[in-house]
Design a protein around this ligand. Structure first.
Ligand code: NAD
Length: 416
């Protein structure tokens, strides 16, 4: 039985709550509780020392009712099938919240990428893609980057798939380098999308942009981009962290210089004019906007009551457990849920897939404008849905998403 605080139990509890609010048909509810497909594979890799190591990989399709499934591939020692399934389910809701015609998937390999050479990572990626080949394709399931996978990983995926097809298939994967069919604007898209919802939330709550304080856990791709964008809009970054620790300065940290420091040293720790704080302390800082942008389950029933932020924007997937959700709600914290706050990435991934299929590429400005339109529309619809059902933003977003997926399922009917 899944642990009470695990991501899968949180995801299922969320779905059950939405089903109750919507008075969802029990059969449809049962269908949505299960992934449509899961595949676990062995990935033998020749290591640099000539030994062969066997890694375990997963690919899960939660739902392809509204279109091909889509979701990232994660390389991390803590990857499990349960976690991958939960993340695939979250992807289904995410695509539905922003109303793009895709379903939800996720993949991962249990490994420690930090201890592997580039050659080992390439051989592992190519073998994993070969093993999950029956499940992926531009009309079927389109992977993307996630924790510790990047544009280079996506290039290897595109190349491996294309080699087996005998021709180039850029639409099999998104988050690729631009010179092989990637889109402009993808790298910063999740951070940009998160910035739009934070700015809308400030407006919605009648808070000022200028000087509002921000703390960010996880100064990686998403965390550092959202920090830079919010700083450009007048907000003040007061703390940031990564897996090695955190830094803070109540007078403000320079988000861009902090990026350069992390690029040079591999961590935010040691940044000048800052004092060190732990990841736990960062989450409990007195700030206007808290952005967990690292990993899941960092806000639990143990620390939820200590969160002092007015707005909590979930840039990471599932950073708050189900029990912690209830505590945050009681404290009146305005939570921007992951299925709204980090949809910038999947939205621009969708744009990349569209451009690949059409073989017609847009300017970065086009991409950013279209992204803003999609995210602003989603924010407005979530606010309206929350008001209609008298729910907080998390449930408002979830109910909107589940309703859309359930409606598609009911319209299509059950095969056979
Ligand atoms: P990344 O690898 O670029 O950055 C992750 C950062 O988190 C790194 O700085 C790492 O040091 C830090 N970190 C790891 N473990 C930590 C811990 N225990 N405490 C504090 N910091 C820790 O990854 P990313 O692409 O920025 O993704 C971050 C999160 O956002 C993930 O939850 C991911 O699923 C989610 N997300 C990413 C995208 C995207 O487009 N990249 C889209 C949607 C959601």
């Amino acid at each position: 039985m899944a642990d009470e605080e695990s991501l899968i139990s949180t995801a299922l509890a969320d779905l059950d709550t939405a089903a109750e609010i919507l008075n969802l048909d029990p059969s449809c509810h049962a269908v949505l509780r299960h992934p449509q497909r899961t595949l676990t594979v062995s990935v033998p890799v020749r290591m640099d020392d000539e030994t062969i190591r066997v890694f375990t990989g997963h690919r899960v399709h939660h739902s392809y009712v509204r279109g091909p499934s889509k979701g990232g591939i994660r390389y991390h020692p803590s990857v499990t099938l349960d976690e991958t399934t939960a993340l695939a389910m979250i992807m289904t809701w995410k695509c539905a919240v922003v109303d793009i015609p895709l379903g939800g998937a996720k993949g991962g390999i249990v490994c420690n990428p930090k201890s592997m050479s580039l050659g080992e990572l390439e051989r592992m990626t190519r073998r994993y893609i070969f093993m999950i080949m029956p499940l992926i394709g531009p009309e079927q399931d389109i992977p993307a980057p996630d924790i510790y996978t990047d544009a280079q990983t996506m290039a290897w995926i595109m190349d491996t798939y294309s080699m087996f097809k005998g021709y180039s298939v850029p639409g099999v994967v998104t988050g690729k380098p631009v010179n092989i069919g990637g889109t402009l604007g993808r790298k910063a898209a999740t951070g940009r999308g998160c910035m739009f919802v934070v700015l809308e939330a400030l407006k919605h709550l009648g808070m000022r942009r200028k000087g509002s304080t921000v703390a960010i856990q996880g100064y990686g791709n998403v965390g550092s981009n959202v920090a830079c964008f919010l700083q450009e809009k007048g907000l003040k970054l007061i703390a940031a962290s990564d897996s090695r620790g955190g830094v803070m300065n109540l007078k403000g940290l320079d988000a861009r210089k902090l990026v350069s420091h992390k690029e040079k040293t591999g961590t935010v720790v040691g940044y000048k004019a800052s004092k060190e704080i732990s990841n736990e302390e960062l989450l409990e800082l007195d700030c206007d906007v808290l952005i967990p942008a690292a990993i899941e389950n960092v806000i639990t029933r143990r620390n939820a009551a200590n969160i002092k932020a007015r707005i909590l924007a979930e840039a990471a997937n599932g950073p708050v457990t189900a029990q912690a959700n209830r505590i945050l709600d009681e404290s009146g914290i305005f939570v921007l849920p992951d299925i709204l706050a980090n949809t910038g990435g999947v939205t621009v991934s969708y744009f990349e897939w569209v451009q690949d299929i059409a073989s017609h590429f847009w300017t970065e400005e086009d991409v950013n404008i279209k992204l803003e339109n999609v995210i602003m529309k989603a924010f407005k619809e979530v606010v309206e849905n929350s008001k209609k059902h008298e729910l907080n933003m998390r449930l408002g977003a979830l109910v909107l998403a589940v309703d859309r997926v359930a409606a598609a399922f009911i319209t299509r009917g059950l095969f056979p």
